[in-house]
Design a binder for this molecule. Structure first.
Ligand SMILES: [Zn+2]
Length: 501
């Protein structure tokens, strides 16, 4: 409940690993003083007829120029995912003061569809389908009915959404089952990883490791209960037990917080000044890192030590993961299909930006052999450098480049999104957005490009935004920031045409 808060960064070290002693160090933490705005309550009559409907206030986000309040759309009491009316209020020059009501503008992102709202499959039958995906786990919260619109088809689907908690504190899943057909629609992890990885189980004090080793001989964590781990840096003060990796993770957090504060006046990932918690030495020789949206923690593996180095050593990876934290508190883009690729692409863009846009290659510093790392995990200036296993029209295996243009994206048709297909290409298609970000920086410079991308995320995108909605959001953000007839927005149009949006 702090109105004026300081950034706090704490890093817990996973138990079971030897911590190197060093003398206690303290770090200065930047003060972030930015009061939150009062919640606006609007009379129904204040909502324009064009966007009126069954709307309830949800998230609010604010930047130096604009205050956005989201109103969630419901039909028959059922939430329509990503369907929102957004009310934008320009802020007066006195920072933090709301402008007058008549300056408010509305953006209608309401979905239009015809849908039978009566489920034809019972909740328990749907649960049976969901549990086939996660046999050992039960839903952690009450299942709910949800309408998932498909903007392109002007259609929508009624689903049961099951949120399944992980064992311990991480690795939950979201499973959607069609309430009319009983068909599995999606089963996606609540982890946002730098690359997809499979995980399985065993036991120690604060983490449970998979008994199955991965391709690189490491073990992934199945659960991490970070509060049982040893706290080695507490609110910016390092304890003697803080090792090099803990301090590296601290430095990463500080750089990420600094970027969001100095660039966008955003106070921590949630804009509420919350502590940014990292856990290091997660897994055993594990080559991955993730942002856990259930507990809002950042976790780093050590890498296998042969092909990959410690995950704390790549600032773009840290920036990428913590940006997932920012996304979860703003547009909250669904982690599947185009919205998921948008989530990943924005994480890549801000990851590279936080790293200083030195190479536009995600995770280059992770590789022990620099020549192998030159294209990293994804290449934002030349996406074609990354190839994925794919199939040609005859169904024969081929290697296909990551997309730099909308016409090149991987298409998944009617397949359920899940671990077998990268949640319908969230990483595979991410380069379309990352590359657009790279071109934007070339066209209008890093600062303005960052502002447009951030404003699009915070003020215009919603859970189900697709690539077309991204282009529209970027244009709207640009017009709001620099005027629609300005050189910036003309250049931005050129960028969107270049990537086919
Ligand atoms: Zn990611």
């Amino acid at each position: 409940m702090t109105r004026f808060s300081f950034f706090a960064t704490s890093i817990a070290l996973a138990a079971g690993l030897t911590a190197v002693d060093s003398s206690a160090q303290s770090f200065s933490v930047p003060a972030a003083a930015f009061g939150r705005l009062p919640r606006i309550t609007l009379a129904k009559s204040a909502i324009p007829a064009a966007v009126a409907g069954d709307l309830i206030p949800s998230l609010e986000n604010v930047t130096a120029e604009l205050h956005t309040q989201r109103f969630q759309h419901r039909v028959g009491g059922i939430e329509v995912l990503g369907s929102q009316a957004l009310r934008h209020t320009r802020l007066s020059p006195v920072q933090g003061m709301l402008g007058l009501g008549d300056q408010a503008q509305w953006t209608d992102q309401l979905a239009k569809f015809d849908l039978d709202l009566t489920p034809r499959v019972s909740e328990s039958d749907a649960l049976g389908v969901a549990l086939q995906e996660t046999p050992t786990q039960q839903p952690s919260v009450e299942p709910r009915l949800l309408i998932i619109p498909n903007a392109r088809a002007h259609a929508a689907r009624l689903v049961y959404r099951f949120e399944i908690a992980g064992q311990g504190e991480i690795a939950g899943r979201i499973v959607d089952v069609d309430a009319h057909t009983g068909r599995l629609v999606a089963s996606v992890s609540r982890h946002w990883e730098i690359a997809p990885i499979d995980v399985y189980t065993t036991n120690t004090r604060c983490q449970t490791l998979s008994p199955v080793t991965d391709d690189l001989g490491g073990s992934a964590p199945i659960s991490v209960e970070y509060k049982k781990c040893l706290k080695v840096i507490k609110a910016g003060v390092a304890q003697p037990s803080a090792d090099e990796m803990a301090i590296q993770a601290f430095t990463n957090s500080q750089l990420v917080l600094n970027y969001y504060w100095s660039g966008h006046r955003r106070d921590s990932f949630d804009n509420q000044g919350s502590a940014l918690v990292s856990v290091v030495h997660v897994g055993d020789k594990w080559t991955n890192a993730f942002w856990d949206s259930e507990n809002d923690i950042m976790a780093y593996g050590d890498g296998d030590g042969v092909k990959f180095r410690n995950l704390t050593l790549s600032l773009d990876v840290a920036g990428h993961e913590m940006t997932h934290g920012v996304v979860s508190k703003t547009a909250n883009l669904e982690y599947q299909g185009e919205s998921g690729a948008l989530n990943e692409g924005l994480a890549d863009f801000f990851g590279e930006t936080i790293e200083g846009q030195k190479d536009w290659v995600m995770g280059r510093d992770l590789f022990t052999d620099p020549s192998e790392g030159k294209n990293g995990l994804r290449n934002l200036f030349d996406p074609s450098k990354t190839k994925y296993r794919w199939y040609d029209d005859q169904g024969d295996p081929i290697r296909k480049s990551a997309p730099a243009h909308y016409s090149e994206i991987f298409q998944f048709g009617d397949e359920p999104c899940g671990p077998m297909n990268d949640n319908c290409g969230v990483h595979m298609n991410a380069t379309l957005v990352g590359h657009a970000g790279y071109l934007m920086v070339q066209a209008i410079g890093p600062e303005k490009a960052g502002k447009v991308m951030y404003s699009a995320l915070v003020h215009y995108l919603t859970e189900t935004s697709d690539f077309a909605a991204f282009a529209k959001a970027a244009r709207e953000a640009c017009a709001q920031l620099y005027g629609s007839s300005g050189a910036e927005c003309t250049a931005l149009d050129g960028v969107m045409v270049k990537v086919g949006l």
